[in-house]
Design a protein around this ligand. Structure first.
Ligand SMILES: Nc1ncnc2c1ncn2[C@@H]1O[C@H](COP(=O)(O)OP(=O)(O)OP(=O)(O)O)[C@@H](O)[C@H]1O
Ligand SMILES: [Mg+2]
Length: 264
């Protein structure tokens, strides 16, 4: 099992300069994430969710505030932080095992340890038997499984997921959400999931961080004190989901009340 890290974000501010204009993208974002916690982040398009993940992963270093992993400021990208994007970003000319193995380029493991980690993670995401397959031979869901295996193969302390299931059909998405929860439990690592899907956020998260735009900031953090695996139909689940949707001005009861009126 990998070691999970404590992530502390203190008064994070991020600006971009576009044509001599300063754009304030992230405004005073503070968030502390416990080792092994699952945190979901939801918010409207453009509110800075991917920017926040890019800063945590270390792809950009131009920001104000602190990002600490186990008390130490993060510096650049590192094997202790993995990421999965919405598009799987697999190399078409590499097989499944080669795509997963690519993430081990900078690893200090021996060749046989690398092989073992690759096989273990391909198995973990349910792709045993597809080691030699190429991306064109995989479905969208299978490709996303490969991307998850690649994100995990270095046994990171934290896995960041940026809308990993956004492009998948509903059934594939349900299955992968269930499996991601098993993987999170098996690996015992910290996960941060950005999603547009409030149900997905509640299904997976210990907490749901709601962000608002211009500038991107945390509006509210909603705890999800429900046992896993969660039942999407349970009253408590639906209540939390509705509460979060309410933050976006979406009220299903009002919508439902409208249906008979519209049918009349
Ligand atoms: N490299 C960049 N240069 C200038 N502005 C940028 C850059 N990257 C992002 N932005 C701006 O920062 C804001 C936040 O973008 P970001 O991609 O983080 O949003 P998001 O919440 O992930 O949106 P979505 O849900 O659509 O993925 C947007 O207004 C975007 O135009
Ligand atoms: Mg984004």
């Amino acid at each position: 099992m990998a070691h999970a890290g404590t992530l502390t974000i203190n008064r994070l501010n991020k600006d971009y300069r576009v044509k001599d204009k300063n754009l304030h993208i992230l405004d005073n974002v503070s968030l502390s994430i416990a080792p092994g916690e699952f945190v979901s982040i939801v918010g409207s398009s453009g509110c800075g969710k991917s920017t926040l993940l890019r800063l945590i992963i270390g792809l950009e270093e131009d920001y104000k505030g602190e990002i600490l992993l186990d008390g130490k400021p993060i510096s650049g990208t590192s094997l202790d932080r993995g990421i999965v994007f919405q598009e799987h970003r697999l190399f078409p000319w590499l097989s499944v095992e080669q795509n997963v193995g690519l993430a081990l380029q900078n690893s200090s493991l021996s060749d046989s340890e690398k092989q073992r980690s690759i096989q273990e993670h391909i198995e973990l995401v349910g792709l045993r038997g597809f080691e030699k397959a190429y991306p064109y031979q995989l479905s969208g869901g299978m490709s996303q499984r490969v991307a998850i295996a690649r994100g995990l193969v270095n046994r990171p302390e934290i896995l960041l997921l940026d809308e990993p299931f956004g492009a998948l059909d509903a059934m594939t998405k349900y299955n992968l959400q269930k499996e991601l929860q098993h993987i999170w439990e098996a690996e015992g690592i910290t996960m941060i999931l950005v999603t547009h899907d409030v149900e997905e956020a509640v299904y997976l998260g210990d907490r749901v961080v709601i962000m608002e735009p211009r500038p991107g900031r945390i509006k509210r953090i909603v705890p999800v004190p429900l046992e896993r695996p969660r039942n999407r139909m349970a009253l408590n689940f639906v209540r939390i989901k509705e509460e979060i949707l309410g933050e976006f001005g979406i009220n299903h009861q009002e919508e439902e009340a409208l249906i008979p009126a519209l049918a009349a």
